[in-house]
Write a new protein. Structure first.
Ligand SMILES: NC(=O)c1ccc[n+]([C@@H]2O[C@H](COP(=O)([O-])OP(=O)(O)OC[C@H]3O[C@@H](n4cnc5c(N)ncnc54)[C@H](OP(=O)(O)O)[C@@H]3O)[C@@H](O)[C@H]2O)c1
Length: 274
């Protein structure tokens, strides 16, 4: 039972990763992302999810300097973008990310998408960075089961995290079970479907039953499925709202009702076609 914002998942290598983090995709570089992170840290968040692609790593780094919490108590994730994949290119991209973040290590470094013909070389670079202690954990995003199987045939270190699109319209049961079997922590991106599911009657009824918002019900469902979640917001009230999910519990029936909303529907691209 996850009871507090400071509760953590334990990755395959023993590293603790907060169950809840702040996503900053589309949070503008500069003041917008800095303010969002300050509000989040004040609300108890300790994990921030950025990427070279988001073009806001400098703001993330600046925010980390401005908050009252020491760097080592924060969990910073960044990612290598598709056009930066390959062994040497990935090493360069990581160096560039750290420079922008103005940090000497990352907590988690992820392959952003499984670029066909490239991701294995990219992964080797992540293994190197991990062995050198420049990132405390390594993982992938948007890997389907066949990508994970293919990577694990050759890799030295298994991915510790797989960050994928995951919400009540895309419940990814098979992938979740596969990841659990292989000690790969699943992490949900676009958990709130950008709000596009907030008028769903089953979710509205559950929100009313628990005296919570639909966003809170969905995020709680993530946690109870053992999935790390990183809702994005730049709004102070919504940042707080999304963190107020530790004082209630969905019943088995509630969980099943949410599962029943699955339509295998992607909001973002299909990893096989991107
Ligand atoms: N690895 C990948 O390929 C990948 C892809 C996409 C996303 N991600 C990561 O996952 C994070 C989350 O996904 P996302 O940003 O695409 O979508 P999301 O978190 O599902 O939704 C974010 C949107 O919902 C709004 N919102 C947030 N909380 C709300 C609330 N309580 N009530 C009403 N509206 C709310 C936000 O607006 P306001 O900001 O105005 O509150 C924003 O427009 C990203 O920021 C990024 O870090 C990773």
């Amino acid at each position: 039972m996850i009871k507090s914002i400071s509760d953590t998942a334990v990755l395959q290598n023993g590293l603790k990763m907060p169950w809840l983090g702040l996503g900053v995709y589309k949070a503008e570089e500069g003041q917008e992302v800095i303010e969002a992170i300050k509000h989040a840290v004040a609300a108890g968040y300790r994990s921030i999810d950025t990427a070279s692609f988001y073009k806001n790593e400098e703001g993330v780094g600046e925010a980390v300097k401005q908050v009252d919490v020491p760097r080592e108590e924060l969990f910073i994730t960044t990612k290598v973008w598709n056009t930066e994949q390959g062994y040497e290119e990935t090493l360069r991209s990581f160096k560039e990310s750290l420079k922008k973040l103005d940090m000497d290590y990352a907590d988690l470094f992820l392959v952003h998408w499984p670029v066909s013909g490239k991701y294995k070389e990219t992964w080797k670079a992540l293994e190197t960075l991990y062995k050198e202690g420049k990132t405390k954990a390594i993982g992938v995003c948007n890997f389907k089961i066949h990508h994970l199987e293919d990577l694990m045939k050759d890799c030295e270190i298994k991915p510790m995290v797989n960050q994928v699109e995951y919400h009540p319209r895309l419940t990814q049961k098979e992938l979740l079970a596969f990841c659990k079997d292989h000690q790969i922590q699943l992490e949900a991106w676009r958990p709130l479907l950008k709000g596009e599911i907030f008028d769903e009657p089953i979710l509205m009824a559950l929100a009313e039953k628990h005296n919570k918002t639909v966003a809170q019900v969905i995020l709680r469902w993530d946690l109870q499925n053992g999935v790390i979640t990183i809702p994005k917001s730049v709004n102070e009230n919504r940042i707080k709202e999304n963190a107020d999910i530790f004082d209630f519990e969905l019943s088995m029936e509630d969980m099943e009702q949410i599962d029943s909303l699955n339509k295998d529907l992607r909001n973002g691209p299909d990893p096989d076609e991107f």
